[in-house]
Design a protein around this ligand. Structure first.
Ligand code: FES
Length: 265
């Protein structure tokens, strides 16, 4: 097994996979309403697309994409109690981190398109440092919810037209010559990614998609993140899947909550 952690805060000792190492927030940047970027006093060796389990004592533990490794950086949008607890942390506050977990993006040659929706831009930021030749497009509901635009040099789409193209990022991309790309890397709301998957299949373009699923353990033990019908564990076999790995699965149709109930997308 490869070494997972290269360096960590001296205050916490070596991070371990089976329990969180405690790191301190050194910088908390508010990027938009409910969206923060946290810089921590530790480092982590990871592949773009991998995630960490982030623990806020007394609240919960949640998976978050890793944005930077040295120093360790996280991007979070408040959508519930745990994400709000992480988002509201300030410099000097502490949180637990374990990981990295899962499979990251496989970086290939050729011309690539990076497509992000909302906070889904997070894993594309470190990926952009590894991909030689790419275009990028980012979408969000409104201009103040756009993230990572400058780092990706991305074209922009907003639902309300407050910045860039007025409409969905998939509609923006449909106007491009889609099949000129060799690889599409995508992360965002699953309905958006499902539309991109269909475009990849129709255009004969390879695609890689980073999924978000409810996770409890993050290490393949609890089954809370499994996809129907094959039982692929998003925390181990994913969160990044190729187009072929998603065809015929529940992807784009429904997700499960913490109680295992199905919710249509
Ligand atoms: S989160 Fe437990 S198996 Fe994936």
């Amino acid at each position: 097994m490869r070494k997972l952690v290269t360096a960590v805060s001296e205050s916490c000792g070596a991070l371990r996979m089976d329990r969180p190492g405690v790191l301190e927030v050194t910088e908390a940047l508010e990027l938009g309403p409910g969206i923060s970027r946290l810089v921590l006093d530790g480092s982590l060796d990871f592949e773009p697309g991998q995630f960490a389990m982030v623990w806020v004592p007394g609240v919960d533990e949640i998976p978050l994409s890793l944005v930077g490794g040295s120093p360790l950086e996280l991007l979070v949008q408040a959508v519930g109690d745990a994400t709000e607890a992480v988002r509201s942390l300030s410099a000097g506050d502490r949180l637990g981190i374990r990981g990295p977990y899962g499979s990251g993006f496989e970086v290939r040659g050729g011309r690539s398109l990076l497509l992000g929706g909302g906070i889904g831009v997070a894993p594309l930021i470190p990926l952009a440092r590894r991909v030689a030749e790419f275009d990028a497009a980012v979408g969000a509901g409104t201009a103040d919810l756009l993230v990572g635009v400058e780092e990706l040099g991305a074209e922009v789409a907003t639902d309300d037209g407050s910045a860039g193209f007025h409409g969905l990022v998939t509609e923006l991309v449909e106007e491009k010559d889609f099949d000129k790309y060799d690889e599409v890397y995508c992360c965002g709301p699953e309905v958006m990614m499902r539309a991109v998957l269909d475009m990849c299949l129709e255009g004969g373009v390879e695609g890689q998609f980073s999924l978000e699923r409810y996770m409890k353990c993050g290490v393949g033990l609890c089954g809370s993140c499994c996809m129907d019908p094959g039982g692929e564990r998003v925390c181990v076999e994913g969160p990044v899947f190729s187009s072929g790995g998603l065809v015929g699965t529940e992807f784009g149709s429904y997700v499960r909550d913490g109680a295992g109930r199905r919710h249509r997308l």
